[in-house]
Design a protein around this ligand. Structure first.
Ligand SMILES: [Ca+2]
Length: 193
């Protein structure tokens, strides 16, 4: 009898506890996800970052797309065949820099491509001296290959160090050379320390 009483008491306690543990209503409406602007970890006050998704159609191809792995959770997406071969996916900003040594960086992601000796993209620094606008030139460039993008899910950062000897209007360009999905997260420029 004592055993039965104990079991009944246990059942009563259990049902009481279950009644108290009301979970959230399933139909509860959740707020939309918050977009948090993340600053690249290696940012410094002398560094300027150009988010590709903010460049605008005058200086870019492709479409702005959301991407949790990207800074600002957004990037510029150039779909396979979305630009002609040899066209630039992103360029600009045509800003002035003083004479000095600089580091330019690109954060890019690409779909998996068969490895070969042909560059997939070409990145470069170009522009013209402020005092000689007709003298457009490419200062430094680098070819990027399929092996530079070993993981199609991962962004890779590339850098080019360069010098200018006079006030210079610069741009950072990403040239599209093979039919490949390309995501441009950002480019940046900073003084070399
Ligand atoms: Ca971005």
């Amino acid at each position: 009898m004592r055993y039965v009483t104990a079991v009944v008491a246990l059942l009563v306690v259990s049902s009481l506890m279950a009644a108290c543990q009301k979970g959230p209503k399933e139909e509860e409406i959740l707020p939309p996800p918050k977009i948090v602007k993340t600053i690249p970890a290696d940012a410094n006050p002398l560094r300027k970052t150009y988010e590709a998704e903010e460049l605008g159609p005058e200086v870019s191809r492709g479409e702005v797309t959301s991407d949790p792995a990207a800074s600002n959770q957004m990037s510029l997406f150039v779909k396979r065949g979305g630009a002609k071969l040899g066209e630039y996916a992103a360029w600009g900003p045509y800003e002035e820099i003083a004479p000095g040594s600089y580091i330019a960086r690109w954060r890019l992601k690409a779909a998996k491509l068969p490895e070969n000796d042909e560059p997939v993209f070409w990145i470069d620094i170009a522009g013209y001296p402020k005092a000689d606008r007709e003298n457009f030139k490419m200062i430094m460039s680098k070819g990027l290959y399929a092996k530079d993008f070993p993981d199609p899910e991962k962004y890779e950062t590339f850098r080019i160090t360069f010098d200018v000897a006079e006030p210079f209007i610069f741009e950072l360009r990403t040239q599209y050379l093979q039919n490949a999905d390309l995501w441009v997260d950002w480019t940046s420029l900073e003084l070399a320390q």
